[in-house]
Write a protein that binds this ligand. Structure first.
Ligand code: NDP
Length: 323
C-alpha cells in the first residue's frame, strides 16, 4: 500500500482524496492543513496541522501538495520536499523553471524526490506536446482550452460594481479547431481560437448595460475575445452553473514526407477539473514513490515519468495485454 498525504484541502485536495479512494494500491493516511484541523471535514482521513508534518515523515510515502500556485506552492513545495517524496500541480507556466530550481535544491539536500507541475496543463498536455513533436518534427502544435470554467476570469467578473455572482466559461472556437484538426491553413489569433461566455447575477436595479460594457471592454480578460454576457438569477446560477468542468485539445499537425499530412490529437472533457487533476496527481504519486524507491532524488517533471511507473499494473501485465 502506498501511504498518501494530501497537503491542503481545497478543491484539488478533495479531488485527490476522491482519486486515492479509487486506487486499490493507495491509502490516504493524513490530510495536512494550515487551518484548525477540527474545521476541515475530510471523508474519514485524520487531519493534522502543517506544523506537525515532521512527525509524519516516516509514516507517509508520498505527499500530494494541493495548495494554490499563486501563493501557496512557492513555500509548500520546498518545505515538504525536505520531508517527503512530493507531487504538485504548479501551473504558473512562465515560472516553472524558477520553481523547479527552488524545489530541486530542497529535495536534493534532503535526498527526496519531488515531481512538480503535474495535472493536465501542465501535465498530460505537456507530455502530448512533447510526444507529438518528437514523432512529427516538421509541423506545429496547437493547444485549445475548454469548454470550461476559468476561476480567474470568474473572479474578475465578481469584482465589477453591481455583480453579485458570476461564472465564466472559456470555449474553443469550433470552426478553428475543426480546421486545425483537418490540417487546413487557418489564422491562429487570440480571437480566432477561443471565446468567452459569462453568466452574471446582478444586484437588483443595477445598470445591466453598463455591466455588460465593462465586461466586454475589460482589457487582458475579455476585450481581445468575442465575449457574450447572459444575466441569470441566483437560482439559475446555483442550478446550472455550480460545477467546475474543463477540458481541451492538443493537436500536432505535420508532414511525414512532401505533401503527406499526419496529425496527433489528445482531447480531455472533464466534468470536474479538480477531480480529474486530483486523479492525475494520485497516479503521479504512484510514479514518484517508485522513482524514489530506486534512489532518485531532486526535482522531476512529467517528462521524467514512465508509463510503467504511472500504471498500477505490473510490467509483465502491461507487456502481455497493452502492447
Ligand atoms: P483552492 O483555493 O480550492 O485551495 C487552495 C488552498 O486554499 C487549499 O489547499 C487550502 O489550504 C486553502 N483553502 C481551501 N478552502 C479553504 C477555505 N474554505 N478556507 C480557507 N482556506 C481554504 O484551490 P484549488 O484546489 O481549486 O486549486 C489548487 C491549485 O491547483 C491551483 O492553484 C492550480 O495551480 C492547480 N491546478 C493545476 C492544474 C493542472 O492541470 N496542472 C489544473 C487545476 C488546478 P489549507 O487546507 O492549508 O487551508
Amino acid at each position: 500500500m502506498i501511504r498518501v498525504a494530501v497537503n491542503g484541502y481545497g478543491n484539488l485536495g478533495r479531488g485527490a482524496e476522491q482519486a486515492v479512494s479509487r486506487n486499490d494500491d493507495m491509502e490516504l493516511v493524513v490530510v495536512f492543513t494550515r487551518r484548525d484541523p477540527g474545521s476541515v471535514p475530510t471523508q474519514g482521513a485524520p487531519v493534522a496541522h502543517v506544523d506537525d508534518m515532521p512527525r509524519w515523515a516516516d509514516k507517509v510515502d508520498v505527499c500530494l501538495n494541493c495548495g494554490g500556485s499563486a501563493t501557496d506552492l512557492d513555500q509548500q513545495g520546498p518545505a515538504t520536499a525536505a520531508l517527503f517524496t512530493t507531487v504538485d500541480s504548479f501551473d504558473t507556466h512562465a515560472r516553472i523553471p524558477e520553481y523547479f530550481a527552488s524545489v530541486d535544491a530542497a529535495a536534493r539536500q534532503a535526498g527526496n524526490l519531488a515531481l512538480i507541475s503535474t495535472g493536465w496543463d501542465p501535465g498530460l498536455f505537456s507530455m502530448l506536446r512533447v510526444l507529438g513533436e518528437a514523432v512529427l518534427p516538421e509541423g506545429a502544435t496547437t493547444t485549445f482550452w475548454g469548454p470550461g470554467v476559468s476561476q480567474g476570469h470568474s473572479d474578475a467578473l465578481r469584482r465589477i460594481d453591481g455583480v453579485l455572482d458570476a461564472r465564466q466559461y472559456t470555449l474553443p472556437v469550433e470552426e478553428t479547431l475543426a480546421a486545425v484538426r483537418a490540417g487546413r491553413q487557418v489564422e491562429l489569433t487570440t480571437r480566432s481560437m477561443h471565446r468567452r461566455d459569462c453568466y452574471v447575477v446582478a444586484q437588483d436595479g443595477a445598470d445591466l448595460a453598463r455591466i455588460e460594457r465593462e465586461i466586454v471592454e475589460m482589457p487582458n480578460y475579455f476585450a481581445d475575445y468575442d465575449t457574450t454576457v447572459t444575466f441569470v438569477t441566483a437560482e439559475e446560477m446555483a442550478a446550472e452553473h455550480s460545477g467546475i468542468p474543463h477540458g481541451g485539445t492538443v493537436v500536432r499537425r505535420g508532414t511525414t514526407s512532401e505533401g503527406v499530412a499526419a496529425s496527433v490529437g489528445f482531447d480531455l472533457r472533464l466534468g470536474s477539473n479538480p477531480e480529474f487533476t486530483g486523479s492525475v496527481v494520485a497516479a503521479m504519486g504512484r510514479a514518484a514513490t517508485r522513482m524514489a524507491a530506486r534512489g532518485e532524488a531532486g526535482a522531476r517533471t512529467v517528462f521524467d515519468v514512465t508509463l510503467a511507473d504511472l500504471s498500477a499494473r505490473t510490467p509483465e501485465d502491461l507487456r502481455a495485454h497493452y502492447l
